[in-house]
Design a protein around this ligand. Sequence first.
Ligand SMILES: Nc1nc2c(c(=O)[nH]1)N[C@H]1C(S)=C(S)[C@@H](COP(=O)(O)OP(=O)(O)OC[C@H]3O[C@@H](n4cnc5c(=O)[nH]c(N)nc54)[C@H](O)[C@@H]3O)O[C@H]1N2
Ligand SMILES: Nc1nc2c(c(=O)[nH]1)N[C@H]1C(S)=C(S)[C@@H](COP(=O)(O)OP(=O)(O)OC[C@H]3O[C@@H](n4cnc5c(=O)[nH]c(N)nc54)[C@H](O)[C@@H]3O)O[C@H]1N2
Ligand code: SF4
Ligand SMILES: [Mo]
Length: 732
Amino acid sequence: MLASIISPEIRERSLEIVRENGMGSIKKTFCRICEPACPLQANVNQAGEIVALKPDPEHPLGGIPCNKGLFFLEVHNDPDRLNWPLKRKNDKLAEAAEFERIDWDVAISEVAEKIQALQNEFGNDAVAVYAGNPLAFDSRAVHVISQLAATLGTSMFFSAGTQDCTNKFVTSTSMYGGMVTFIPDLAHTDYLLCIGANPKVSHWTFISVPNDGGKILKNIKARGGKVTFVNPRKIESSSAATGETLQIKPDTDVFFLAALSNEIYQLGGFDKDKLQEYGKNVEAYLSFIEQWTTDKVAGVTGIPAAQIRQVATDMVAANSAACYLSTGVNQGRQGTLSCWLSEMLNFATGNLGRKGGTFKSTKLGEPQPMPSVLHEWESPYGNIPLGAAMMPGVLLPDLVERGKIRAVICLGGNPLLTMSGGEDQLMAAFARLDLLVCTDVIPSLTTEYADYVLSAADWLEREDITGFPLYTGTQLIPSVQYADAVVPPKHDRRSDWWILSRLLQALNIPSQLDEEDHRDGFKFLDGMLATRGLSIEKIKSQPYQTAFMEQAPKDSLFQTCVLHEDGKIDCYPECFVKYGLFDRVDRIWSELEQELDDVLKLISMRTPHMHNSWMANAPGMRGGNLAENRLRMCPADASRRGLLDGDWIKVSNENGELECRLEVRDDLRPGAVAMTHGYGHRQASKLGIASTRPGVNCNRLMPVGVDTYEPLSHMSWMCGVPVAVERVQQGP
Ligand SMILES: Nc1nc2c(c(=O)[nH]1)N[C@H]1C(S)=C(S)[C@@H](COP(=O)(O)OP(=O)(O)OC[C@H]3O[C@@H](n4cnc5c(=O)[nH]c(N)nc54)[C@H](O)[C@@H]3O)O[C@H]1N2
Ligand SMILES: Nc1nc2c(c(=O)[nH]1)N[C@H]1C(S)=C(S)[C@@H](COP(=O)(O)OP(=O)(O)OC[C@H]3O[C@@H](n4cnc5c(=O)[nH]c(N)nc54)[C@H](O)[C@@H]3O)O[C@H]1N2
Ligand code: SF4
Ligand SMILES: [Mo]
């Protein structure tokens, strides 16, 4: 425990979780929109309504939460929110969905009956589950989801993971023999290579740094270290105070990483003793990187050879270094091999398990062995390996079309805007389903196609602990905070774990609810908390209801996190060979080498004003320019096509087309165009703001179907997809 970091003067006050004042009360809580789980305070008035969300500056992890966290109040108070369970009354092809209010017992029993009937008639796989991102931040719901999928006996488990990070899962299970995440030691590193991430806007993923207003990167430079970003766009994170961006061509990172590794190897920067002691298949790894020389890859990656060599020299010279890679690469075609090369770089240079390198942060429970592939599902397209990665999201539309999937249970997700595909594929498939059940806090484009919409309580209305970073072990400072519901759920909203537990009961499966419907949602956590000497009661008794945990020595990860039976890190996993990842790398290389130099490739771009698709109806996030998403292009590409800033343009490819406005900005490299996802709620008839300021769904340009996703990881291809751009009308 690190409770001593709290000064005695504020210790007394820190135990007050609710402070009354004449106007109402101030309650401590934490944000559950993304991974950092930033501490917050909520002002509640005398009528019991939340009137403000603010930072909690006294919290030891306090500081600057982002505007998404503070603006969540607009989602909480949204007049369009879902207040009670709804059942569809009209046809799915009607212009706007019509629903009637029903009560929970009816909703749950009807949904359970329909699921059972469909499974009886068409088999267990007829019912699919899609788990969206928000439920990962509900410490109780996340466990019930896996219970639901397992007990339905369906292989059709889809999640936002194949749009996000499953390449990381299969890399860790293949290399280390279990789902383990090593994070860069940002507080001590001398060199950070940050690839395909924009932490100033995203606030990191797979590393949890609460209330980071950008200081952690600036501190690296301030203490004499260096940060280099690799990104097609000169991003907000990159500045004179942090470090420069090497503007790579989209979807070529695997070649950059292979050549960089080769260069460092040639410079003698590998720790051969470490590789020998803890690695296996090292020779095969070395033969792979030896094929990729700096001079060979410079043209295809767009990074001049001298700059690649500079990174190699800097990494070798640094006392410690860490390579970190994120969604911009995950969503390319070769996220798994890129992730493997990044992990290998950290290991081979001796930075894995070293101060300032990468390490395993304390988590709840011990890392468990897990293979990359648990079984293969016999599909119409051949066998699909399932285990560390769930079903490929891009196959969902076709499986519905073929009648294999008849129902989707969509838990806190908005796949119609966040998965690849547009009207012709995804929306057409969802309209055909016999049963679509959604849980959400507000209506969305996806709920527009639902048969049942179940009204979930939001995170201000539910008690919780900071579960996600604790289950994954991704916190720089390992801690666990408890928060009570700031206000009780209004109307007939219920927590997701309660909804799912009731559904399990109705399916005759034991759930976490007891006979009287008493809450018991944290019970399953007792054992996990006990591994760290904690319990819910103990966390509650700590200042700020936050318990701090100790870190294990950094190099202990070789004993605790390498879970293959022989205790070795697999430097050239057989399953990468088996599922064709190495054949693919050669194929894609030949393709890129022959590519014409005026190809435009679409990449993703997060902004501080959207969180995937969920800030779409928040007025404060949709004013002025934020009402629409535009396509960004650099001046050279625009003038080559005779396009001007503000033009109304058509963006198209073989997958689909869309129209939007052009924004000419010099932050992108030639050949890369960028667009924000999460827009496109025009047909979401229940959203007053989002349907009138819809913007467009850029995912209709992403490929769907067999052969479009990365084998093994099943990642959708969402970054670096070729598009053509032409003017429709001169603007503005
Ligand atoms: N083109 C492109 N597409 C992308 C990405 C990209 O970079 N580019 N990023 C991808 C990534 S990284 C991700 S993680 C996915 C996300 O994909 P999804 O998880 O499908 O999408 P979200 O927009 O996060 O949808 C979350 C839904 O959950 C609802 N919600 C919020 N809180 C709660 C709650 O407490 N309970 C319930 N039941 N519902 C709640 C929101 O209102 C929203 O409708 O999108 C992916 N799609
Ligand atoms: N404001 C905001 N914050 C968010 C979210 C949000 O939607 N909005 N979503 C949350 C979620 S679900 C996640 S998973 C995290 C993601 O967090 P990050 O992984 O940091 O995601 P991004 O900010 O999208 O950064 C991805 C970067 O990759 C770059 N890129 C695109 N293509 C390529 C490529 O081919 N190669 C390289 N090297 N770079 C490329 C893009 O320009 C972009 O800057 O953010 C979370 N935080
Ligand atoms: S960074 Fe994430 S957790 Fe922190 S306030 Fe913003 S949205 Fe919430
Ligand atoms: Mo994500």
